[in-house]
Design a protein around this ligand. Structure first.
Ligand SMILES: Cc1ncc(COP(=O)(O)O)c(C=O)c1O
Length: 448
């Protein structure tokens, strides 16, 4: 392992750069090898402090990813620990600069990893859990129960009981049936009401949630009846919640959301959900955390506490996935398939949402060979990236895909009985495995 610190700046300095939307460029590598010029376009998608070392290999958190591949195998999710902390601080500072009435809630579905929960709790965030399992992990990660918000359009009785037993602070009520369940299971419980405000952001339809035709929450017409239902059930309604979608670049829809919720009554708390988009490719230009905070807060009167629930934008760019190239199949005049030792089991987003990623050979950034990065699963659709330029990929090369820190590990599956990858945290040149790789024995562990 390379013990050298990666020219890293203190986390608070990184947080300041992030707030203002300067991305990883604030952590510009200290060397200026020619290779870095090729790398420049990718710095906004890579974790803060990433750089190419003297060998031209990518370092994340000061660790050479080709050495990580040798030591821990591939595929593997590699996170820069400082990047996650810096993004958590950037959120808190952006809001704190404008108000003292705010709460930043980590939407843990983005990366439900005990070590990530621990970091977020340590950075003073609250936490959104969307199931009993996420609740279990958040508690294991050290979150105080009263800092937890339980979500879900169909929380089971068992999940609600678990939440109540463990003293979860707030349950975000999603349906009339749930009001009835809570009346029986949790009289006096503090709740918020999830509203579906009829706002559709410009994002993939599978991650748009604010439109009227949605399985989530109460439509605007139903809200008065839901409020009355909560009161009659003896629940402590403290505010309204809405999450209109994910990977949003357009701040005007969030401003509109703030206005709509604020117009629905005098509530001390408004939770405006998550959704701030991130850069997956060098061309992507998401708004900064500062611009996001300004948009949310500008439409809410003083005296109202604004809550937000970022997931992707806290962890997405903090992580990369490393793979090993296994086969290269050139079909003249058609395309060249570069197959890696993972795919739709460790990153479902390309198949689910046609999500676009970048890739590089980890120690040969740059290159102009047009390739398609394919997974190893028995599906033609198991393509991670169609048409990406790589430098003469060969079997044995380590391939890196940036911006896989959100919804990669969390959506990982065992299709084709492929064991799921480990999660590795890197910091100042030291790597630690925070989730081990699954083994073949794990695959039979649940056999009854
Ligand atoms: C209720 C709720 N809050 C927050 C989020 C986090 O969204 P994002 O990761 O886009 O910030 C989601 C994502 O699905 C969600 O459903």
């Amino acid at each position: 392992m390379n013990p050298r610190a990666s020219g890293a700046r203190p986390i608070d300095e990184k947080a300041a750069l992030l707030r203002e939307g300067q991305g990883a460029s604030g952590a510009r590598p200290i060397n200026d090898r020619a290779a870095l010029l090729r790398y420049a376009g990718l710095e906004q998608v890579l974790p803060l402090g990433s750089r190419l070392n003297a060998r031209g290999a990518l370092e994340v958190g000061g660790c050479d990813v080709t050495e990580l591949a040798r030591e821990h195998g591939t595929p593997a999710y590699v996170y820069a620990e400082d990047d996650i902390r810096a993004r958590a601080r950037a959120y808190r500072e952006a809001f704190a600069a404008r108000t003292n009435r705010f709460e930043i809630i980590y939407a843990s579905k983005a990366a439900p990893i005990t070590a990530v929960y621990r970091l977020m709790a340590d950075e003073g965030l609250s936490c959104d859990v969307a199931s009993g399992g996420e609740l279990h992990l958040a508690l294991a990660g050290g979150f105080a129960p009263d800092r937890l918000y339980l979500h879900g359009n169909n929380k089971t009785e068992a999940e609600l009981r678990y939440a109540v037993e463990r003293g979860v602070g707030t349950i975000v009520v999603d349906s009339f049936d749930e009001v009835e369940r809570l009346r029986r299971l949790a009289p006096g419980q503090r709740v918020m009401l999830r509203v579906t405000p009829g706002i559709k952001p410009d994002t993939h339809e599978k991650i748009a949630t604010g439109q009227e035709d949605s399985k989530f929450g109460f439509g605007l017409d139903d809200v008065p009846r839901a409020i009355a239902g909560c009161e009659a059930a003896g629940l402590e309604l403290c505010g309204l919640h809405a999450h209109i979608g994910s990977q949003i670049y357009e701040l005007s829809v969030l401003e509109r959301l703030a206005e709509v919720l604020d117009g629905m009554g005098d509530y001390p708390l408004l939770n405006l959900g998550g959704g701030l988009g991130i850069a997956y490719t060098p061309e992507d230009r998401p708004p900064s955390v500062d611009e996001y905070a300004e948009a949310l807060l500008s439409r809410v009167p003083d005296g109202v506490t604004v809550l937000c629930e970022p997931g992707r934008s806290l962890v997405g760019n903090a992580g990369v996935t490393i793979y090993t190239v296994g086969t290269v199949k050139a079909i003249p005049g058609v395309r060249t398939y570069v197959a890696v030792d993972g795919g739709m089991s460790d990153n479902l987003r390309p198949m689910l949402y046609a999500a676009r990623y970048e890739a590089q050979i980890a120690d040969r950034f740059g290159g102009s060979d047009l390739c398609t990065v394919a997974g190893m699963h028995c599906e033609s659709g198991d393509i991670l990236i169609r048409d990406v330029e790589l430098d003469d990929p060969r079997p044995g090369d380590v391939l890196v895909i940036p911006a896989t820190g959100a919804y990669g590990h969390s959506m990982a599956n065992n299709y084709n009985a492929i064991p799921r990858p480990p999660v590795i945290f890197c910091r100042d040149g030291a790597a630690r495995v925070v989730v081990r790789r699954e083994t073949y024995d794990d695959l039979t562990l649940r056999d009854a």
